[in-house]
Design a protein around this ligand. Sequence first.
Ligand SMILES: Nc1ncnc2c1ncn2[C@@H]1O[C@H](COP(=O)(O)OP(=O)(O)O)[C@@H](O)[C@H]1O
Ligand SMILES: [Mg+2]
Length: 304
Amino acid sequence: MKKKVLILSGGISKERLISLDTGLQVANELKKNGYKVKISEPNNNLQKNIKNFKPGIIFNALHGQFGEDGYIQSLLDRYKIPYTHSGVLASAIAMDKEISKKIFLKNKINTPKYFTYSYDIKNADLIKKIKKKLKFPVVVKPLNEGSSVNVYICNEKNIFRILYSIKQYKKVMIEEFIGGREIQVAIMGNKKLGAIELKPKRKFYDYKAKYNSSAKTEHIIPVDLPKNKLNQVLSMSLKAHKLIGCKGVTRSDFKFENGKFYLLEINTQPGMTKLSLVPEIAAFKGISFIKLIEWILKDATTKK
Ligand SMILES: Nc1ncnc2c1ncn2[C@@H]1O[C@H](COP(=O)(O)OP(=O)(O)O)[C@@H](O)[C@H]1O
Ligand SMILES: [Mg+2]
């Protein structure tokens, strides 16, 4: 008999809608293939749903805060039911762009130069610091968000308007802007799965470029790179995945400029709709959507 799968999706992060989409598509695919499926929000009903449905496994289709950052994982650990993707610690580390960058740097994985800003120095001093350490334009981003939510490219003129519009984060990252190409890599269980290049028509790969088909971001697979370069970026991803102790499938986001790759971040719960990047890379490698989902479920039953 095939397993009963409880799919966690929705949640309260800014990526709620993407998560609902991931959850629904994974659910449909599993149902089509004979699984018993229940979708649950990670709210007060979760315990009741688990008790009544008695899932053999939980597919975590949440994205962002509370779903991808170790919180829900620590709760799930207490139920002693296997759940997909990374465990508490790896999820927490990968979600925090500052901590993960420190690990990348310590281990010679190239990542854009940065510093964090806590709204604690004078405006003029911040401008001086940026000019000294990074130079304009810079990228301003939250430390623990996803889907390009509140990521901005800033110049000297608009940076304070932007910084104050996202003051709710209290601490943000100011990062050197890297031009060039956008390449993302999927890792599947300590193996290099493959890469894809994104060519957004917009200023950068922002929320609309990611999810709005009318924004017409071009997906290029296979990526046009010499073999050694392709292998280099795949190896950087695998190294990051292993260093942070990730499990299952991860997706790492890179910029590629002047022959150099820059790792922006590693995602422990990448989007899993049929049109998402990891399923697209998998399909290119001959792994169908259901095979990918089944692999993720199977991997969940091995130790985190
Ligand atoms: N340092 C940077 N230089 C150039 N573009 C960047 C930089 N940082 C982020 N971006 C752009 O913003 C997008 C989202 O940034 P990322 O760090 O991956 O955050 P998120 O977790 O929101 O996906 C990237 O895919 C890229 O298009
Ligand atoms: Mg990203």
